[in-house]
Design a protein around this ligand. Structure first.
Ligand code: OXD
Ligand code: MN
Length: 580
C-alpha cells in the first residue's frame, strides 16, 4: 500500500468519521454490488432489461441538477493567480471552513476510496486521481467516466503524484454547497452536491481546473474540447479538436455521421468533452481524451441529431433526471417518435404530454461507457494520443459570428478563442440564453487567471513547429424570424470538409476583417437544402455588429489587467483597424 495515500485516506476518515471505509477495485463484481445497493436504497431504478440491459434511471435532488458556478472556488495562495474569471477564496479560510463542513459528515455512511486514471493506462499524458466520496452513485458513474480501480492504483505505485479529491453529499443543502480547488496542492473538496460536474471529481474539477494549472506548469494544455478523427475515402485520418461551451452540441459533433454527399468518409470519436494536448517530438500537438465515458446532455438527442449516441445508450448506461416511461425506458424532449402517453418525470411525478411541464430536466444526462460508441476511434486507448491538425472554437450566437472563419495564424487564433462568446445554457444554474464571453469555452473551468492562460496558449504556439490551424464556427445563426439558417448536426461535415481543405492548403476563401471566410462555392452544399440566400447570410460579416463586438471584447480584456498578454491587445487593435 502506497504509504502517502494510506495516511491521507486515514486522515480523511478521521475527519469525516464514516461507518466504514471501502477501497474500490473497479471489478465487475464490485460494480454489480454497488448498483444493487443503489437499487435497494431507491437511488437507481433498473430499466427494461431487454431494451436497456444494465441500464438504470436515477433522479437527483431537484435543487441539484447542474453545475453551480457561484459555489465553485479556486483557492490559490494569491488572489491574482485565480483571476477575475474565477471566484477566489483565501486558502486558509477555505480550509477552516471545509474542516468544519466535513467534520463527521460521513457518520453512518460508507466512505468509498476511488483510485482512477485520467487518460489511457500507461500513457505519459495520463494522470492519477483519488476521489474519496460517500456517494455510491458517484462510484457507479466514476467507473464509467474513468479507468477506475486496481489498474489506477497499480499505475500510481508508491508515487505521491496524485490529485486528491474529497466529496460528500452532506445533506444536499444548496446553502452549504461548495466546490473548492487548491491548485498549488492539486486538491479538490466538494460538499453538498451529487451532480456530475460537481461530484465526479475526475471530470471538470481535475481534468480541467486542476489539470489546466498542471498544464501551465508542465508545458501542456487541458482544454474543454471534443476530439474527432475524419477519415477520407483514401484512408487518411485528420484529427480536429473543438471547444464549445457546455450544452452547445459537443457530443453531437464528436459523433457526427457524414451526410450522403460524403460517401466513403468516416468519422471517429476520440472524445466529446475534454482534451489534454502536449507538444510532440514531431512539432505537432498530440491529444488524448482523459475520460473513459460520455456524460452527455439527453434532451435534444435523437436519431436526427446524434444517431450514434442513440445507439450507444442502450447498454450499461445511467440516466439521470430524464423521464421514465411505463415500460421502463428513459425518455426526454426531442427524442424520436411521439412522446409517451404517460411517464414519471425527472421530479418523480406522473407526467403526460398535457402536463405542460418538461418530462426530462433540460440538463438531464446519460453516462455511457466509451466502448459502447460504435464509431469510437481505434486510437482511443493509444498512449500517444492523436496529432491535432485543427482547433475549432464555437459559440451559440444568433448574430455576429459567421458559419465559419479561419484565423490568420496561432496568435490571431488565440485571440479568436479569447474573444469567444456564447448564449448560456441549462448546463449551469442561472439564466439561460444570455450572451457571455466564454474564452475557449473555459470560463467555468480554467483553474487560473485568464491573462496567464492566454499567455500559455501563445507560449505553446511558439513551442510547436506545426501548431494546429485555428477556426471559429457558429451553427446557431438565425434569420430575421429567429429560425436557424444552418441545418447543423451531420451537415456540419460540410464545414469540417472546408476546414480539412484549408489544413491541406486548399479551400477557396476570402480574406475579411475577422479572418479567412469560405467562398460559398467552396462548401459542398449538395443535398443540404441550404439556399444561396441563406448561405450568403451565414457568411456575411456585419461590420457594425463587429464594431460593437470589439467594444465588448475590449471591456472584457480590460478585466485582466497587466496579466493580459500585450499580443491580445495588439490583435484587438488590428481587428479594429481592419474593420475600418
Ligand atoms: C459538461 C459541462 O457536463 O460542460 O460537460 O457542463
Ligand atoms: Mn463540458
Amino acid at each position: 500500500m502506497n504509504p502517502v495515500l494510506k495516511s491521507w485516506v486515514d486522515e480523511i476518515a478521521a475527519l469525516t468519521a464514516p461507518a466504514s471505509v471501502y477501497w474500490c477495485d473497479g471489478s465487475d463484481a464490485e460494480d454489480q454490488r454497488i448498483k444493487a445497493a443503489l437499487v435497494a436504497d431507491g437511488t437507481f431504478t433498473p430499466l427494461n432489461a431487454e431494451k436497456f440491459p444494465g441500464g438504470f434511471w436515477s433522479r437527483s435532488h431537484p435543487s441539484d441538477v447542474a453545475r453551480t458556478e457561484q459555489c465553485t472556488f479556486i483557492c490559490s495562495e494569491h488572489a491574482e493567480d485565480t483571476g477575475p474569471n474565477n471566484n477566489w477564496m483565501d486558502p486558509v479560510e477555505a480550509r477552516q471552513h471545509l474542516q468544519k463542513l466535513f467534520s463527521g459528515c460521513m457518520k453512518g455512511r460508507t466512505m468509498y476510496v476511488i483510485p482512477y486514471c485520467m487518460g489511457p493506462l500507461g500513457s505519459p499524458l495520463s494522470k492519477i486521481g483519488i476521489e474519496i466520496t460517500d456517494s455510491a452513485y458517484v462510484v457507479a458513474n466514476m467507473r464509467i467516466m474513468s479507468r477506475m480501480g486496481k489498474a489506477a492504483l497499480d499505475q500510481l505505485g508508491n508515487s505521491n503524484d496524485f490529485c486528491r479529491g474529497v466529496h460528500s453529499l452532506g445533506q444536499l443543502e444548496p446553502a452549504s454547497r461548495i466546490i473548492a480547488h487548491f491548485p498549488e496542492t492539486r486538491e479538490i473538496w466538494s460538499f453538498g452536491s451529487g451532480y456530475g460536474g460537481n461530484a465526479l471529481l475526475g471530470k471538470k474539477c481535475f481534468a480541467l481546473r486542476i489539470a489546466s494549472v498542471q498544464g501551465r506548469d508542465e508545458m501542456w494544455m487541458a482544454e474543454h474540447m471534443l476530439i474527432l478523427g475524419l477519415e477520407s475515402p483514401a484512408g487518411e485520418t485528420i484529427y480536429v479538436a473543438a471547444a464549445f461551451p457546455s450544452a452547445c452540441g459537443k457530443t453531437n459533433l464528436a459523433m457526427l455521421e457524414p451526410p450522403a454527399a460524403f460517401k466513403g468518409w468516416k468519422a471517429w470519436c476520440v472524445g466529446d468533452d475534454i482534451c489534454w494536448m502536449r507538444p510532440g517530438p514531431d512539432g505537432r500537438l498530440w491529444a488524448i481524451n482523459p475520460e473513459a465515458g460520455f456524460f452527455g446532455v439527453a434532451p435534444g438527442t435523437s436519431n436526427k441529431t446524434n444517431t450514434n449516441a442513440m445507439a450507444m445508450v442502450h447498454k450499461n448506461s445511467i440516466f439521470t433526471n430524464t423521464a421514465m416511461t411505463d415500460e421502463k425506458t428513459p425518455w426526454w424532449e426531442g427524442m424520436d417518435g411521439a412522446p409517451p402517453a404517460h411517464a414519471i418525470d425527472w421530479q418523480g411525478k406522473d407526467w403526460t404530454p398535457e402536463s405542460g411541464t418538461k418530462g426530462a430536466h433540460p440538463n438531464s444526462r446519460f453516462t455511457v461507457p466509451a466502448g459502447n460508441c460504435k464509431m469510437l476511434s481505434p486510437k482511443f486507448n493509444d498512449p500517444m494520443g492523436v496529432p491535432i491538425s485543427a482547433i475549432i472554437f464555437g459559440g451559440r450566437r444568433a448574430k455576429t459570428a459567421p458559419l465559419v472563419f479561419q484565423s490568420f495564424d496561432w496568435q490571431h487564433g488565440t485571440f479568436v478563442g479569447a474573444a469567444m462568446a456564447s448564449e448560456t445554457t441549462a448546463a449551469a444554474a442561472g439564466a439561460v440564453g444570455v450572451v457571455r464571453r466564454d474564452p475557449m469555452a473555459m470560463l467555468p473551468f480554467c483553474g487560473y487567471d485568464f491573462g496567464s492562460y492566454f499567455a500559455h496558449w501563445l507560449k505553446v504556439g511558439k513551442a510547436v513547429k506545426n501548431p494546429p490551424a485555428v477556426f471559429h464556427v457558429n451553427w446557431f445563426r438565425t434569420d430575421a424570424d429567429g429560425k436557424f439558417l444552418w441545418p447543423g448536426f451531420g451537415d456540419n461535415m460540410r464545414v469540417l470538409d472546408w476546414v480539412l481543405e484549408r489544413v491541406a492548403g486548399r479551400g477557396e476563401s476570402e480574406k475579411t476583417a475577422i479572418g479567412w471566410v469560405p467562398k460559398a462555392s467552396s462548401l459542398k452544399l449538395e443535398g443540404s437544402g441550404v439556399e444561396p440566400a441563406a448561405m450568403k447570410e451565414l457568411l456575411h460579416i456585419d461590420r457594425s455588429l463587429w464594431k460593437q463586438e470589439t467594444a465588448d471584447i475590449e471591456n472584457f480584456f480590460g478585466k485582466f489587467g497587466d496579466r493580459m498578454p500585450k499580443e491580445m491587445h495588439t490583435e484587438l487593435a488590428s481587428l479594429r483597424l481592419r474593420l475600418g
